[in-house]
Design a protein around this ligand. Structure first.
Ligand code: SF4
Length: 443
């Protein structure tokens, strides 16, 4: 493999920094280049937010000029001393993530349920929200969709039947730590356990914001790259986490160039929520770096049409202009997006932003997720309400990621009704029956 060796510190944390790409001297490395370890995440649950020092490796802040009126009012009201330039600096957003109950209670009126979750969870329910995303949350309405996505309630502490910390059995399908090899020709590379904003229904909540994984270590990245190099059947690598776009440009470029140096890796994909919760991160420097590594695809985690703001549209525009095909993935969530109007609005907005709706996920049965999960019938109903009624591009694949590691299984409302002799009986989007002559001889 052609990629350069990672520099190994005395600790297990990684020093994957610009030094690797720009050939800086080794003296410039230090333990301070470490990403936020999960133990830090947990112990600082009620401590002042700390800027992950590896982020400081990036150069200039973004200068996005577009801002939604709601966000501007919020900034002026809650951060009166912060300039627009600071606000639009993604590192400032990360440094000032809202992680404590008292910080949160300054900007929203917490419900009793939310207070109980925050005050009595003993750090079991880590909290992190960027100030930008907080600006989109309703101050008074605890049922507000975006608010429910990021602020815990006490139901999260209740584990119901069938729930698990790792329902998709990712740990069991990991030949080396931080790499999941479930499907024949592709792997999932968990590059970091860090996210700027924690989603309450996160499938990887067992590791995101917690103290058990430390997946971003020199050794682990090298082991994962070594595994990919030695498995020539792997032609597709999905970089996820945590959120890989919270890595510095230099760390991400090192990883991308390392993957690109493996001949049998045909495509690389990035899974991220950053354009939604931290759109300031999509800087010109970042996209100029990313576009060097085509074919590069990106799947972005959207939940609700209210997430598509001028800031996010600006970020998506930059990514699309860099030639990165954009897709979306959305988790179906009770009381948040489980109705046709909301989904249609989301998908139409995404198409206008050049994002192709790709997956609609049935919510995974992670521990404490019962208040988020809908009946499967609800997902089928939404797909039925979209297919034929709007642009085909606006209809995602509705899937259940099978518990136990069975992979994604697509679900469709009953268009195929069976055979009648040599005819296939089909039902169209208006519930009218049609037949297709299935008369070609079997080979
Ligand atoms: S962005 Fe993804 S990995 Fe991060 S907390 Fe949300 S669902 Fe989990």
């Amino acid at each position: 493999m052609q990629h350069q060796r990672l520099s190994v510190s005395s600790s297990s944390a990684v020093n994957i920094t610009s030094d690797i790409v720009t050939n800086k001297s080794m003296e410039e490395f230090s333990d301070s280049d470490e990403p936020p370890s999960s133990s830090t995440e947990t112990s600082e649950f009620f401590s002042p937010p700390v800027l992950p020092s590896f982020i400081l490796k990036d150069k200039l802040p973004s200068r996005n000029s577009l801002s939604s009126p709601k966000t501007t009012i919020f900034r002026k009201s809650h951060y009166p001393d912060i300039s627009r330039e600071q606000w639009n600096d993604w590192r400032w957003q990360l440094q000032n993530r809202i992680r404590k109950t008292d910080e949160l209670s300054l900007i929203i009126r917490l419900s009793e349920n939310e207070k109980e979750a925050l005050e009595h969870s003993n750090g079991m329910l880590p909290l992190s929200i960027t100030p930008y995303y907080a600006s989109l949350i309703d101050r008074d309405d605890a049922s507000h969709p975006l608010r429910r996505c990021v602020i815990p309630v006490s139901t999260e502490l209740i584990r119901t039947e069938g729930e698990s910390d790792d329902p998709l059995h990712e740990e069991g399908d990991s030949p080396v730590p931080g790499l999941v090899h479930r499907y024949p020709d592709r792997v999932l590379f968990l590059a970091t356990d860090f996210c700027s904003t924690y989603c309450r229904y996160c499938t990887r909540s067992r590791m995101v914001g917690r103290s058990c994984s430390n997946i971003m270590s020199t050794k682990r990245w090298e082991m994962a790259l070594g595994y990919i190099e030695s498995h020539t059947e792997v032609r597709d690598v999905l970089i996820s986490g945590g959120d890989p776009l919270t890595l510095s440009d230099e760390s991400l470029e090192w990883l991308l160039s390392s993957l690109r140096s493996i001949q049998h890796v045909e495509i690389v994909r990035i899974g991220t929520k950053v354009p939604v919760v931290l759109p300031q991160r999509i800087t010109s420097n970042l996209v100029n770096m990313l576009k060097k590594y085509h074919p590069l695809w990106m799947n972005i985690h959207f939940t609700h049409p209210d997430e598509i703001t001028p800031e996010t549209e600006n970020a998506l525009n930059k990514l699309a202009n860099a030639g990165i095909p954009l897709g979306s993935q959305t988790v179906l969530l009770k009381g948040i997006n489980d109705n046709l109007d909301t989904m249609k609005k989301l998908y139409h907005k995404l198409l206008m932003a050049r994002v192709r709706p790709y997956y609609l996920y049935q919510c995974d049965p992670i521990s404490g997720s019962s208040h988020f999960r809908t009946p499967v019938e609800k997902g089928l109903e939404i797909i039925k309400g979209l297919r034929g009624h709007t642009t085909g591009f606006a209809v995602p694949n509705y899937v259940i990621d099978a518990p136990g590691g069975g992979g994604k299984i697509p679900l469709q409302p009953g268009y195929y009704q069976g055979h009648n002799g040599t005819s296939v009986i089909l039902k169209n989007y208006e519930d009218k029956l049609f037949t297709y002559p299935d008369t070609c001889p079997a080979e």
